[in-house]
Design a protein around this ligand. Structure first.
Ligand code: GDP
Ligand code: ZN
Length: 356
């Protein structure tokens, strides 16, 4: 079955904009990936590496005017592999990341109909954080859908209470409860995805976004690069992830920029530090190096060379301790709390004995 523009998300809205902008004489394609200075665009005719014309650059006043992933663009095909972008059709919605120290926001993706905001039921459940995502999504003109994932880790009673707390806080909003690993709620999730509509998954790292997308893609789905292979329009290695087309007709945008949505600059900094330390620790002499006093520790070496910030490392150590405490079994925690209580009691007694 040949691919139609509608399969890629095209609709009357874009047709109207195409007419309004006088771009009917051009072919249209959707931006599925963004590279430095170039774009990968997709149309029923195939996939093309596209650049914007000089005129377009001249007219672009702000960063936001440049094409972004999800955009519908008017193109001229140069050959079987390359195209030129002549204009960007009006956007239905805009997902942005704001920086506190920059006046301009970064466009992550456009023309998303609904965003699944994923929270994990083990540790991540935080209504304030959900609210942050909700604000970004609603600001951009996107419909938010809350996904409570990892429900296999909590009781049905606990789930009930969290669903009602979420509903109370956010009012009339769709809430889906899922387990990406056990498979619960996946049908409900897939059922909410409409053909020709575009979706994205947002949420902190580790909440299960990739697992949920993989679940939706299971078996029947076709990846962007697979489609281009099938239509025989040359083999393009789509750089990792980008845009997925589900068998049921829905489209999922998932690119690295998505991970930065909703993150504060401080969060982003910590994630960078974590990634850096993880990379460094691969070079520590001992596999279970704590980076405190072991010989041949790559992390301490980086610290002494000033390549790793002392304060950032201290922050990392503190967060790691917190995470470890969190991951301790309740029995261990009780033990630790008992020890602490004993210690406090002893200290108090000593104070009394030696006090004034
Ligand atoms: P992402 O960073 O949001 O993309 O999260 P991932 O999909 O990579 O998942 C992070 C971890 O959580 C992985 O180890 C998954 O196997 C696990 N995970 C994802 N979904 C579930 C779930 O529903 N239940 C449980 N118990 N674990 C899950
Ligand atoms: Zn080390």
């Amino acid at each position: 079955m040949p691919l139609e523009l509608e399969d890629l998300g095209y609709s009357g809205f874009f047709a109207a904009s195409r007419e309004e902008l006088g771009l009917e004489d051009y072919a249209v394609a959707r931006v599925i990936a963004e590279y430095k200075g170039a774009y990968r665009v997709k149309s029923p005719a195939g996939e093309y590496l596209a650049e914007i014309t000089g005129k377009q650059i001249f007219r672009a006043l702000e960063r936001e005017d440049y094409p972004a992933v999800g955009d519908w663009v008017a193109v001229t095909h140069l050959d079987a592999e390359r195209a030129v972008i002549n204009g960007v059709l009006q956007r239905k919605s805009l997902l942005k990341r704001k920086y506190s120290d920059r006046s301009e926001a970064q466009v992550i993706a456009t023309n998303i109909d609904a965003a699944f905001i994923v929270a994990s039921m083990d540790r991540d459940y935080n209504l304030n954080r959900l609210e942050r995502y909700m604000a970004i999504v609603r600001d951009g003109g996107i419909v938010p859908i809350v996904v409570l994932n990892k429900i296999d880790l909590i009781s049905a009673l606990e789930l009930d209470s969290r669903v009602s707390r979420t509903a109370r806080r956010f009012g009339d909003i769709e809430i889906v409860a899922t387990s990406a690993t056990a498979g619960g709620g996946i049908d409900a999730l897939a059922g909410g995805i409409l053909g020709g509509n575009t979706y994205c998954f947002l949420g902190s790292s580790g909440v299960g976004k990739s697992s949920l997308i993989n679940r939706l893609l299971e078996g029947e789905a076709i990846r962007t690069d697979a489609i281009s292979n099938r239509t025989g329009k040359g083999r393009h290695t789509t750089t990792g992830r980008g845009m997925y087309f589900l068998a049921g007709g829905g489209i999922v945008i998932d690119n690295p920029g998505m991970r930065e949505v909703g993150m504060t600059d401080a969060d982003a900094g910590i994630e960078d530090v974590f990634a850096g330390i993880t990379e460094l620790s691969a070079r520590c002499r001992f596999k279970d190096c704590t980076h405190m006093h072991e010989p041949g520790c790559a992390v301490r070496e980086a610290l002494s060379r000033g390549e790793l910030d002392e304060e950032a490392f201290a922050n990392y150590t503190r967060l790691k301790k917190e995470a470890e405490y969190y991951e301790m079994s309740s029995l261990e925690k009780r033990d630790k709390d008992r020890q602490l209580a004993k210690y406090v009691k002893k200290a108090k007694k000593q104070l009394k004995e030696f006090g004034p």
